[in-house]
Design a protein around this ligand. Sequence first.
Ligand SMILES: [Fe+2]
Length: 273
Amino acid sequence: MPALAPLPWPAPPAPWLSRRLCPAGPAVPGEVRAAGARVVVVPGRYSVSYLLEGPRALTLVEAGSLADLPRLERAVAWLQKPVARVIPTHLHFDHCLGLDQAALAFGAPLGLPPASHAAVREGRPLRRPPPRAVPEFFVPWVWQGLPVFAPGDFGAGLRLGVFRWRFRPRARVEPLEDGAELPEAPGWRVLLTPGHSDDSLCLWHAAAGLLVAGDTLRNYQGGEWNPLLTDLAAYRRSQALLGALPVELVLPGHGPAFGPLTAARPLPPRVGK
Ligand SMILES: [Fe+2]
């Protein structure tokens, strides 16, 4: 199974609440190498960012806070390659408040799946989870360490429109197709996995068995499906898709990496029961 190796610089301490209360503990920085794939894990203020290394360039997945940018810039400088693309796994605020600024700082376009690419182009809002799903947000927020907005994040959210479920980036946006391989990161493919949100996606490296999962899978309790849903029927289809994949290591949007997922160790089918 691919394992996480430490990065050559000290990580800032994880939030106290997260260390004390979260069953799975906080996300852990490090790097993973397997079957030609290399991923650097950079835990952020509200969600975990990942840098996928290709032969000549990097793909940045997530930039949840403006406060994450210095750590991302440090990791990019260490890898000594330019960022070719910035991809959010979906456009919930905790995954995208630093996204536009990161894309501009790295001189890279934003890659968006059809659902959010069309919404951005047409200036219309994305669907939000129903009110009954909202309580599912609060306990995990405590497990994560009860992060408050970093300086600039609230203003960034207003400017981008994310609090009205819109996203108005200044960076250039490009569409991502389901199943497409990232040209800058051979082996990594886009999998559309709607359900948590309409624009949720995962990035999958078949040879390495690595799955960058965003909020489609999370790890607050040891690795679980996400009960916070916008579309249950779509999520069931995404569960079926992911459940059929051989996954050695899940790199989730929240919490530490976990795996492997096998027939003998499937994820608990909490959602949809
Ligand atoms: Fe989310």
